[in-house]
Design a protein. Structure first.
Length: 435
């Protein structure tokens, strides 16, 4: 090894940061061989010098002076999380020509254009494999392995906390409230669980994946986002009865061009029913899985741990080795391209199948009235299930599963059903995916 020793700055010593620091220290010789040069962890920037760490690390490495570390480093690993001060640190490092490794999905979803532009100015590269699915390698397959293909859809489970909750409901038969309490006790949820259960974490990851898959910047604000807190017991029971499993899905999809227009892309997050024979239905616990549907390669599935300090640090270290090798070789930085600039489509343009649960009057002519609403919106019914309500001799539960139609037409249909004289109430509406 004739190259000088590379200096590495680590910002943050939380669960992922502490595990990353441990491995940089313990596996230094092994990683240096892979890089072709030695390196040194010169410091770990933290807010509290004496805070609790998941692993024991040399105290002399800790500092509150992140700016000094950035000035001295060749490579900066940002594992602070959040928007600020992480954004300022990252853009400063990139502008100064230092490669940055980050797992900060929220920051990238909100400011990836500015971050990549800072890298272009400084001739430095941003590495963020850990930002989309923790230990699952999905960024580089999209950015490199499939760059010559045409990706039509990315569909997956990218939030382990909500997958754990929904899986427990399905496999243990407990309620949503019980599953939420259990997940909180086991540490799957933060003190403020809204980022997970309201779908915001998954939406940030979907934004990142969409940009890579379609070479188009999709603003976080353009991602239709629904969480799992509005799910009802009746919906979850109906899903299981009808042969489905409920999953919180992130979907990024290319929509065929309309006459006189270019192709569009839509990105969305919502709970959906998945058939029990679909591979995503078998994703249990806190695991993640991502399907990529490509024109030439066909269907590809990536599965693994979607969270965890040790697991995520594996991906961070992979980025570190690649960044260090780039520096040693003197190779130019590579940049993400958003040059396709596809039109961002509203969710009303997307085609879906819907599973609709109604409480209706149990009397002649009800089915004809409801069928007329679907027919008036040019929506075909694929399946229908009706049963008497246990607590009412005059009312029945009616479940309708539609064929695919645009979300706009389906939404109008539900609104008209709610106003129909035979319908007591619209109890639940959920999309069906993967069928």
């Amino acid at each position: 090894m004739t190259h000088r020793t590379l200096k590495v700055a680590l910002l943050g010593a939380g669960s992922v940061g502490a595990q990353t620091a441990r491995q940089l220290i313990e596996r230094r010789a092994e990683l240096a061989q892979r890089i072709g040069a030695d390196f040194e962890l010169i410091g770990i920037a933290v807010r509290n010098l004496h805070g609790h760490r998941d692993v024991e690390l040399p105290q002399q490495l800790f500092t509150t002076d992140a700016d000094r570390l950035i000035d001295e480093a060749d490579i900066v690993i940002e594992l602070i999380g959040g928007i600020e001060p992480a954004r300022t640190y990252i853009e400063r490092a990139l502008s100064d020509g230092k490669d940055v490794i980050t797992a900060n999905k929220a920051l990238l979803a909100a400011h990836q254009v500015d971050i990549f532009e800072a890298g272009r100015r400084g001739g430095a590269e941003t590495w963020y494999e850990a930002a989309a699915a923790a230990a699952i390698p999905i960024i580089r397959p999209l950015q490199d392995s499939l760059v010559g293909d045409r990706i039509n859809r990315v569909l997956g489970i990218v939030n382990g906390s909500t997958n754990y909750i929904l899986d427990r409901i399905d496999t243990a038969g407990i309620t949503l409230e019980e599953a939420l309490d259990e997940a909180s006790r086991l540490g799957y949820l933060e003190a403020d669980p809204s980022a997970d259960v309201e779908g915001h974490d998954a939406a940030a990851k979907a934004t990142i994946l969409a940009g890579l898959a379609f070479h188009t910047h999709v603003p976080r604000s353009a991602v239709h986002t629904e969480g799992i807190t509005q799910l009802t017991t009746e919906q979850l029971v109906a899903a299981k009865r009808d042969g489905y499993v409920v999953k919180l899905l992130a979907i990024a999809e290319r929509l065929p061009a309309k006459p006189g227009e270019r192709d569009a892309v839509n990105v969305r997050v919502y709970p959906a029913m998945v058939p029990t024979d679909h591979p995503l239905a078998a994703v249990h616990g806190g695991k993640n899985a991502i399907f990529v549907e490509a024109l030439d390669a066909g269907d590809l599935m990536f599965y693994g741990a979607g969270a965890g300090g040790v697991e995520t640090s594996s991906t961070v270290l992979s980025d570190f080795v690649l960044a260090a090798k780039r520096i040693v070789r003197g190779a130019p930085a590579e940049f993400v391209s958003f040059d396709a600039n596809l039109r961002i489509a509203d969710i009303s343009e997307v085609e879906s199948s819907w599973h609709i649960t109604l409480h209706v009057a149990d009397e002649p002519g009800v089915l004809e009235q409801i069928s007329a609403v679907f027919a008036g919106n040019e929506i075909s019914v694929r399946a229908l299930h009706q049963e008497q309500l246990a607590d009412s001799a005059a009312d029945a539960s009616l479940v309708v599963v539609t064929h695919r139609a645009t979300e706009g037409r389906l939404q109008r249909t539900v609104e008209q059903l709610a106003e129909a004289s035979a319908v007591r109430a619209v109890i639940g509406v959920m999309r069906v995916e993967g069928d």
